[in-house]
Design a binder for this molecule. Sequence first.
Ligand code: DHB
Ligand code: FE
Length: 279
Amino acid sequence: MARIVGSIMSTHVPAIANALERHEEADPYWKPFFDGYEAVHSWLHEVQPDVAVIIHNDHGMNFFLDKMPTFAVGCAPEYRHGDEGWGIPTVDPYRGHPDLSWHLVEALVGDEFDVTTCQEMLVDHAVTNPMKLLWPGGGVPIVPVTVNTVMFPYPSAKRCFALGEAIGRAISCYDVEPDLRVVMIGSGGLSHQLEGTRAGFINKSFDLRFVESLTDDPRWATQFSGEDLVKETGSQGVELLMWLAARAALGATVRRVTWNYHIPISNTAAGTLVLEPAA
Ligand code: DHB
Ligand code: FE
């Protein structure tokens, strides 16, 4: 059988890759951010996941304004890192887990989530940066799930929560030998806006309220529309929908393993959170 060991939520700011390449982890600008990953590494060492389902938003690498699936699932044997133009080093392809991918697609479509199935998928910093942060020495195979937060209309917070719940159900009925330990990753956020008159916008009080809710009141954020979330968190802060979906996969009760928050990393309120299902 398969079991979810927990969910890791992480910011994915492109500049993280530049800092890692330049070994700037101990630099005063970066240290409060990178220090947040020490507890995550200890937890990963403890739970030893076999595969990661990484919920993220594509930033125009696979899907552009001409074709924009609301939800997509990667079913590829490997995922190449496309050149994004941020000047960040391109990494070797990540291994996929096609069997789990197809199981997810069948279960999600059976659950009335009409996902786009991708037998080829490029990945961008929303996958590569969390992977680098979590597994500096090379990671586990991945199943990428994308959620549109690039072009209106976005899926509602309520729908993203339901997607996460459906992923959780799908994993719990994945009949596989030997047992498979799955870690969920929610990649993006927290509040940030990169363009326009509100460029640099950050909303600490909303971020903290949201993160608080993920432990004990996970449906709190489902009251907000896409427009509400842009207003509250900035036009890219909407990426916190990935956190919501990754949380929803865990079921009713969770325990907070670690939490770190630091403003700013580039233009972003950087957050790192690990939740695990309560025993
Ligand atoms: C930044 C943050 C993002 O989430 C992103 O996708 C690109 C840039 C930033 O703060 O620079
Ligand atoms: Fe982003």
